[in-house]
Design a protein around this ligand. Structure first.
Ligand code: ZN
Length: 55
């Protein structure tokens, strides 16, 4: 319980669902589309929600 996750506030997204690259920023442009950065892939924003990969 000593993980200082506050040091990396920009790494709260899962890897890109399209190319697998680490996503550091997400630009949501609609209810079913978002742009992952820095790779620039388009994908549904639901794919980048933490609970999606927390099975
Ligand atoms: Zn990508």
């Amino acid at each position: 319980m000593d993980v200082a996750d506050d040091l990396e506030p920009d790494t709260s997204f899962p890897d890109c669902a399209s190319c697998g690259s680490p996503v550091t920023m997400l630009t949501v442009i609609g209810p079913t589309e978002a742009i992952a950065s820095p790779c620039g892939c388009h994908a549904p924003p639901a794919l980048f929600q933490p609970e999606y990969s927390n099975g």
